[in-house]
Write a protein that binds this ligand. Structure first.
Ligand code: SF4
Length: 313
């Protein structure tokens, strides 16, 4: 058998490789553009910041670090990046994976070892959800580490879909219209937390992490059940995304486009103080208008296709 002939790339192989490279470049460009825009829109990073990137070993934080390192190279301002991983001593955690990766890309990093796993196992009865205590402990350790390292910003890998899921979680189970902010100050006022992936979709991040071959560490090492409510909401949103293209994008736009005078929160809008006026009023009498919905809108869901959505269906 002629093995040489079998392994010679055909024109079809070459074409498919170049197509793959082209779509990877487009994906990379889109993610970089979205991160750059979020940083700019919310003034997430300023000159001479030291940004501590929290790296868990999952697809989101690898993507975040990768893109921030690129943006650091081309940014008109100087800022530093340090990657931090908290080794929570979960059984089976592959300790060598992150140091090897971080050494290979030449970024400054610190691995913090704290056995929060045992504390959580000790304090929470078997079968109960461990995530809330675990994340409280983790947050405290990360804040302390940021202080020790002189970091001015703490960057987390939450993305657009995490933010939407949180919005629905809070609405369905907490009776609050509240999501995850792209930027916040910690409770003790000492740290600024940023979420530069705020405009990035999970689907894009997933594809990117796969193509970039990041050494992903599985996230089920602690043996905790995934937060069931969050999973339910994730499935609901994914289902909507499939059945009604453009809906996810529209909901995310709504989070950036709030009209307090047309909600019901007296703390956000002074309903009691409403008086009549001689002239036109901003945010005024649009309550009787027909809903501002075109019958058909064009929605660019990705670079590959343009969706036509019929909103009257
Ligand atoms: S899944 Fe495990 S590691 Fe993650 S927050 Fe919950 S208990 Fe902690």
């Amino acid at each position: 058998m002629n093995h040489q002939a079998l392994s010679t790339p055909t024109p079809t192989d070459a074409a498919s490789k170049s197509k793959q490279k082209y779509s990877f470049n487009k994906l990379q460009k889109r993610l970089r553009r979205n991160v750059g825009k979020a940083i700019d829109d919310f003034s997430m990073i300023e000159a001479n910041d030291k940004v501590m990137v929290c790296l868990s070993g999952g697809k989101d934080s690898y993507t975040l670090l990768d893109i921030l390192l690129f943006l650091k190279k081309i940014a008109p301002i100087h800022f530093d990046i340090v990657a931090v991983n908290l080794d929570q001593k979960q059984p089976g955690f592959p300790e060598h994976v992150l140091p090897e990766y971080l050494d290979s890309i030449g970024v400054e990093y610190k691995i913090v070892e704290e056995d929060t796993y045992s504390i959580v196992k000790d304090k929470i009865p078997e079968g109960k959800t461990t995530c809330s205590l675990c994340s409280r402990l983790r947050r405290g350790i990360l804040y302390r580490t940021a202080k020790e390292m002189g970091a001015t910003k703490i960057a987390l890998g939450h993305h657009r879909d995490d933010m939407l899921e949180t919005l629905f979680l809070n609405m369905f189970h907490g009776g609050k219209l509240k999501s995850m902010p792209p930027k916040l100050v910690s409770d003790n006022g000492e740290h600024i937390v940023i979420r530069p992936l705020a405009y990035c979709s999970e689907k894009d991040i997933e594809k990117y992490a796969q193509a970039a071959e990041f050494p992903i560490i599985p996230c089920n090492l602690c043996g905790s059940q995934e937060n069931l409510q969050r999973q339910n909401i994730k499935h609901m949103l994914q289902d909507w995304g499939k059945r009604y293209p453009g809906r996810i994008e529209s909901m995310f736009r709504a989070m950036q486009n709030v009209t307090p005078s047309h909600l019901v929160d007296g703390n956000l809008y002074d309903f009691k103080g409403i008086t009549t006026s001689d002239g036109p009023v901003t945010d005024g009498d649009i309550g009787f208008d027909a809903p501002d919905l075109p019958s058909r809108v064009f929605e660019e869901e990705s670079d590959q296709r343009v969706q036509i959505i019929n909103l009257t269906e």
